[in-house]
Design a protein around this ligand. Structure first.
Ligand code: HEM
Length: 232
């Protein structure tokens, strides 16, 4: 068992080994951060209490819709990245992908209801709307890419999409940066941080892709989609 494990590790080239180990570390970190965020959300809203819901009490229907879809996207997104390579998972990957997209649409319906009923200033509502647009756009381009059987492009657009999924987690992290909220009053800082919560990860990701492309460190493309129903 151990020997075959060693030989399979040795058979990986340095570039693939780099990708496997790097991906495993990133996914583990994301899993821990994502579960911690969802436990906090559950802690805040599991009790039907107007005090705990604060400004969301009157709009709890939209919040629940949003949270149901949003929580699923965080969990299913992780499963998608765990099952992206091996051929054995291709059916699971397709079905999880469909449920992920449906969950995202449900979360967006909830987000639209929350934006429409929010007493927050226009700049904050506009920042949320831009986030929703980025979420839908990256998913749409990712779906178009896989329907055109462009696997590397699909993979990159779904990574971008998941970075937008993680925007509420990034937002909370940015708010907690010491001194951040003292830079300007909350009506100015909150919309800025809402924009940064997805633009910053996307910019860092694009920087990473540039480096990978220039250094020729692309991961191997072992996952080949089966022909789509009705296609040649
Ligand atoms: C990425 C696209 C997303 C958009 C555009 C979005 C939009 C919104 C909006 C408009 C609100 C209400 C804000 C207000 O009325 O002041 C909200 C609240 C909230 N959203 Fe999202 N959201 C997104 C993703 C997610 C995800 C993936 C989750 C995960 C569960 C999530 C969890 C929450 C929570 C917990 C709240 C309540 C406020 C809080 O306790 O922090 N959101 N979101």
């Amino acid at each position: 068992m151990q020997l075959s494990g060693m030989s399979s590790i040795q058979s990986l080239g340095p570039s693939r080994l780099f990708w496997r180990v790097g991906s495993a570390i990133v996914l583990l970190a994301l899993g821990i951060i994502g579960i911690d965020f969802l436990l906090t959300v559950y802690g805040n809203y599991h009790q039907l209490d107007p005090a705990a819901y604060a400004m969301f009490w009157a709009r709890r229907g939209w919040l629940w819709t949003h949270l149901a879809g949003g929580a699923l996207t965080i969990i299913l997104g992780l499963i998608q990245f765990l099952t992206q390579w091996p051929r054995a998972y291709s059916r699971l990957h397709r079905w999880t992908g469909r449920v992920y997209m449906t969950s995202m649409l449900i979360a967006c319906v909830g987000a639209t209801g929350l934006i429409a009923t929010s007493p927050a200033p226009f700049a904050i509502r506009a920042a949320f709307a831009a986030t929703a647009l980025a979420w839908l756009t990256t998913a749409l381009i990712g779906v178009i890419a896989i329907r055109g059987r462009r696997v590397p492009s699909h993979r990159r657009w779904m990574v971008r999409n998941y970075l937008v999924t993680l925007a509420p987690i990034t937002f909370r992290a940015l708010i907690k940066v010491p001194g951040m909220m003292e830079l300007a009053p909350p009506p100015v800082m909150i919309p800025i941080l809402l924009w940064l919560s997805w633009l910053l990860p996307l910019l860092i990701c694009e920087g990473g892709y540039r480096i990978v492309d220039r250094a020729g460190l692309r991961p191997s493309n072992s996952f080949k989609p089966k022909p789509l129903r009705g296609s040649a």
